[in-house]
Design a protein around this ligand. Structure first.
Ligand SMILES: NC(=O)c1ccc[n+]([C@@H]2O[C@H](COP(=O)([O-])OP(=O)(O)OC[C@H]3O[C@@H](n4cnc5c(N)ncnc54)[C@H](O)[C@@H]3O)[C@@H](O)[C@H]2O)c1
Length: 336
């Protein structure tokens, strides 16, 4: 079985990707420092897959640890999820973000070179597009100046990968630009576990419905959109996880020194109010929400053109927005 190292594999997207890799005949080896996740995820992954995945608790910036993992296992590819992702926090402590998000990629590339590991899938983000001038966003849409240090780390990491591949180190790399991951595994055994106040819409919705938060504030209903609230492309996390499997299958067909980027979204934009109404429909709950002022820095609307990933990787999303809301809600309820 092909062994794939998943850095940040105990986290939200990493844990779902571990399941999809396993289902497609690859063995995940998980490295996570648990700075934003819980070791309990490993037991839950076993409940879903029947397999106790190999787990290393440690920092992806720790070169000797990465070397040890790659000595103990014949790693054939890496998915690099490990990063800090709180946009607001990144403006308060930017160096923490540059150190972790950019630093860990550099260490990883060194070890991949040393150990002869060729394939890498990198977690990038639609934040690299900022507020796009033309919609939907294709991979050729120009990247904008990043609006936060977090967004900048993704842009810098993409540039590093592009430059590195040009130097012909013999590796093959795909950057996946995620739009807005939502939902949870249909088993309700894994899902998003935000620490503290959720930064993202859907966990805020489910926590409000569960009575953990008093109410949800919709930041603005006077934008130039169908109902005035912001538009995003919400992609079910299991579909997103599957895109990583397809990326590895595609890399295996490529020659060395290959780099490409793909959007991962549904190709549809939904407003914040549409998401709330989809949640209300599947949960049968009335959500306590209020309309607040616009939030500075918010992108008004963005959604993906997914033609490239559809045609080149043969990847298509299977889950609807309502599926995402149902799975997020079931996950929230499972937390008690
Ligand atoms: N969730 C989103 O909305 C979103 C959107 C676009 C891109 N991304 C990117 O996808 C990746 C995964 O995001 P997520 O939502 O699963 O986040 P997450 O916080 O749930 O997962 C990241 C995991 O990485 C671990 N980690 C962080 N730094 C580490 C380090 N130095 N060494 C080892 N482990 C480390 C954390 O403990 C966590 O388990 C990140 O790179 C993120 O920037 C996420």
């Amino acid at each position: 079985m092909k062994k794939i190292l998943i850095t940040g594999g105990a986290g939200y997207i990493g844990s779902h990707t571990a399941v999809e890799l396993w289902n497609s005949g690859m063995e995940p080896i998980i490295l996570d420092d648990l700075s934003n996740s819980n070791e309990d995820v490993l037991h839950r992954l076993k409940e879903i897959t029947g397999k106790q995945f190999v787990f290393y608790k440690g920092d992806c910036n720790d070169q000797s640890l990465l070397e040890k993992i790659c000595t103990e296992h014949r790693i054939e590819g890496v998915i690099h999820f490990a990063a800090f992702k709180a946009v607001g926090e990144s403006t308060q402590v930017p160096l923490k973000y540059y150190q972790n998000n950019v630093g860990s990629l550099l260490v990883l590339l060194e070890v991949m070179k040393e150990k002869g590991i060729h394939d890498l899938v990198f977690s990038s983000s639609c934040t690299v597009y900022g507020q796009p001038d033309v919609l939907p966003v294709t991979e050729a849409t120009p990247r904008k100046e990043a609006e936060s240090p977090y967004g900048n780390t993704k842009k810098i990491c993409e540039d590093i990968l592009m430059d590195y591949v040009k130097s012909k180190p013999g590796i093959r790399v795909i950057s996946l630009r995620y739009f807005n991951p939502v939902g949870a595994h249909p088993s309700s055994k894994i899902g998003e576990l935000p620490i503290g106040t959720p930064q993202n819409l859907v966990p805020f919705i489910t926590q409000t419905a569960a009575g953990i938060r008093e109410k949800l504030t919709v930041f603005g209903n006077d934008y130039d959109t169908s109902d005035g609230s912001c538009v995003r492309d919400y992609i079910h996390v299991v579909d997103l996880a599957d895109a990583h499997v397809k990326a590895f299958q595609y890399l295996a067909e490529k020659g060395s020194d290959f780099y490409d980027v793909f959007n991962v979204g549904t190709g549809n934009g939904n407003t914040v109010l549409e998401v709330i109404h989809a949640f209300e429909k599947v949960s049968g709950q009335k959500l306590n929400y209020v309309i607040g002022p616009r939030r500075p820095g918010d992108v008004v609307k963005t959604w993906a053109d997914t033609t490239k990933i559809n045609q080149v990787l043969g990847w298509y999303p299977k889950y609807s927005l309502e599926d995402s809301m149902r799975d997020s809600w079931n996950w929230q309820k499972s937390l008690g």
